[in-house]
Design a protein around this ligand. Structure first.
Ligand code: EPU
Length: 427
């Protein structure tokens, strides 16, 4: 159990300007890709979040030299000292993105042994498509208990993904980056971080074409040179801040984001009656009237992201009317709504569909974060509610949101930490 809880007293509209940090899911992919380089690399705009720190621990244990300056958001990685291709289960369990060590180590060393990945428990999350891609490139892959091992000289090959997978697409790109010949990924994910990784690989001398479409071609290069690269801003943090601004009926300018990445959310907020205006690298969100209920169906990019479903469905609990939210990507991503029923939300969950009947008020209550985005959703719920909400297990939020308390407090939120006594529990 986390040693502290978050206390949020709701009701204050968020007003002012804030900024977006570097993307979590792009950072973990790009940091992993530095292991493929034959020279040191420097990455900029990295977020100071738990997942980045865990990945640093893993890479240091593999022998890489990693220096991270969180204040400057800059990391240098010298992978030339790498002396192991094994990531033990104890480390791989600490985060989802440890699965990228498979592609990166296989690509660099021709061999990888990595424990099954951990991460948020939001569904089954198999890695069969990742392994299918490695096998297509010529690797021998074995699953022994909690360990996945892969070995072989890789050669470019066609890979057809049976379903769209962000992690699978990225892992296949990592493995293909030093392989002989061209790998063609069909039915690839189109997320902005797939494009960001492609840009980083290209900056090291690899040849990646088609990222952002459903066919990605990676022509490997034996020698990849060092690079200085800036990762893109976090579109899920941007979206969470947009939703928080709308939820508190506030007026917030979010700087340092890429508005084009936010189109599916912007469209839904406009449909709800929220005023959203895009600038070059900023978005302004204001609520002028009440919120209309809307229906949401999560999809791969450019559809509505599953990672924003949780914050968005929290917002919908107070909309005028009934909303239907269909989660198509993960089986178990409505736990925040169960928690929110304790705050007065009216919700019925049938498998992967949530029926939300908007209520005029939510009331502060003790709730527990069960995963990263559930935690973000409960923060939004707390900001909307009358009275004080206590969020237990807030450590999940730190996995993916940099300085979220400070950012919200600067916008006028009443959010603070309090220690949790050993004997106390949420209920
Ligand atoms: N899937 C398979 N087989 C595979 C891979 C995926 O069946 O080999 C299924 C999954 O079970 C899921 C769907 O395909 O139903 C999509 O999964 P995907 O591989 O796209 O997700 P992921 O790589 O496990 C990443 C992000 C998630 C984000 C999803 C979807 C990272 C480290 N994680 O997960 O981020 O929700 O893509 O966009 O990049 C988060 O940030 O809170 C988070 C969970």
């Amino acid at each position: 159990m986390d040693a502290y809880k978050l206390l949020i007293t709701g009701g204050a509209p968020l007003i002012g300007e804030t900024y977006v940090s570097g993307g979590k899911n792009t950072s973990v992919a790009v940091i992993s890709a530095t292991l493929l380089s034959d020279e040191p690399c420097t990455l900029e705009n990295l977020p100071d979040i738990e997942d980045v720190h865990v990945l640093i621990d893993i890479m240091r244990e593999l022998g890489a030299r990693v220096d991270f300056d969180p204040a400057a958001r800059r990391m240098t990685v010298d992978p030339r000292s790498l002396n192991s291709y094994r990531v033990p289960y104890r480390q791989s369990q600490r985060m989802r993105a440890s699965y990228y060590m498979l592609g990166a180590l296989l690509g660099r060393c021709g061999q990888a042994e990595v424990g099954y990945p951990g991460g948020c428990s939001i569904g089954a999350r198999p890695v069969d498509q990742h392994l299918k891609a490695f096998r297509a490139m010529g690797a021998e892959v074995e699953e022994r208990g909690a360990i996945i091992s892969a070995k072989g000289e890789l050669t470019g090959a066609p890979v057809y993904f049976d379903r769209i997978t962000v992690g699978g697409t990225i892992n296949a790109m990592l493995a293909a980056a030093k392989a002989e010949g061209t790998t063609i990924l069909y039915n690839a994910a189109k997320e902005p971080h797939v494009v960001d990784l492609a840009n980083f690989l290209n900056s090291m001398g690899c040849r990646v074409r088609g990222a952002g479409t459903d066919t990605v071609r990676v022509t490997g290069k034996k020698y990849l040179h060092g690079s200085v690269y800036t990762v893109i801003p976090d579109q899920i943090e941007t979206g969470t801040l947009m939703i928080a601004a709308a939820a508190t009926r506030g007026d917030v300018i979010i700087r340092g984001c890429i508005p084009a990445h936010m189109e599916s959310l912007t469209a839904k907020l406009l449909e709800m009656g929220v005023a959203v205006s895009d600038m070059d690298d900023a978005i302004r969100v204001r609520t002028v009237r009440g919120h209309r209920a809307v229906n949401i169906k999560t999809q791969e990019y450019p559809g509505f992201p599953t990672d924003l479903q949780q914050p968005m469905s929290a917002l919908l609990t107070r909309a005028n009317g009934d909303s239907v939210v269909i989660e198509t990507i993960f089986e178990s991503r409505f736990k925040h709504l169960n928690e929110m029923q304790r705050m007065g939300a009216h919700v019925r969950i049938l498998d992967q569909t949530a029926l939300i009947e908007g209520v005029p008020e939510l009331y502060g209550a003790p709730v527990t974060a069960t995963d990263l985005r559930a935690g973000a959703a409960l923060v939004i719920a707390g900001l909307m509610a009358k009275g004080t909400t206590e969020i237990y297990e807030p450590g999940y939020i730190e996995r993916g949101y940099e300085h979220i308390e400070e950012k919200l407090r600067a916008l006028g939120a009443d959010i603070r930490r309090e220690p949790v006594e050993a004997a106390s529990s949420p209920l």
